[in-house]
Write a protein that binds this ligand. Structure first.
Ligand SMILES: [Zn+2]
Length: 182
């Protein structure tokens, strides 16, 4: 995924918030033309959605390692079995490496021999979803779209929702999380 794709995903998630608050101008234009809304007319600017935990690009680069930065802030995917969290099954908590928000607990962990970190669900009010364009995932070409999972507080990218073995699971880059054993 390129930077532009992760940018799109942030926009998509912002749109969920923004669709209930269409600007008067956009609504007026819509009435004038009597045509259905086109999303390109009303899509919010990225700056319209303000995460409560914000850092400049320079601050993010200082806080995160190189690979953490490209995964959390640019939407990249870690290599298979790159993070040891894929096989971590001890009791404990998983927090966003960007802002330390509690995202998952071991109660929801699923161990799959696929090389990424899987959970059945997240903690309440911890993540937001967006639409992401996926051209490559797990080494396989899969042109299409996927539901992207990112932090509700700082917007950092975690991974995607995937349908695996008749379950919808959070397929997460372990690199994006900090694990603390109970
Ligand atoms: Zn965060």
């Amino acid at each position: 995924m390129s930077t532009s794709f992760s940018r799109r995903s942030v926009l998509a998630s912002s749109l969920v918030v923004a669709t209930t608050g269409l600007t008067a101008k956009a609504a007026a234009q819509d009435l004038q033309t009597s045509q259905p809304n086109r999303s390109s007319d009303v899509a919010p600017k990225e700056a319209d959605f303000v995460y409560s935990y914000r850092r400049t690009q320079a601050q993010w680069r200082e806080q995160l390692s190189g690979i953490e930065y490209v995964i959390l802030r640019e939407g990249e995917t870690e290599p298979k079995k790159f993070s040891p969290l894929w096989e971590e099954m001890r009791e404990g908590t998983y927090r966003c490496k960007g802002c330390d928000l509690l995202i998952y607990t071991s109660d929801y962990k699923v161990k799959l021999n696929k090389g990424w970190t899987f959970f059945r669900q997240s903690e309440p009010d911890s993540v937001l979803m967006g639409i992401d364009l996926v051209t490559e995932y797990g080494g396989k070409e899969k042109n299409g779209s996927a539901i992207e999972v990112h932090c509700r507080r700082c917007g950092s990218h975690f991974g995607h929702m995937l349908y695996i073995k008749r379950e919808i699971l959070h397929c997460i880059n372990g690199t994006s999380l900090s694990f603390q054993a109970a």
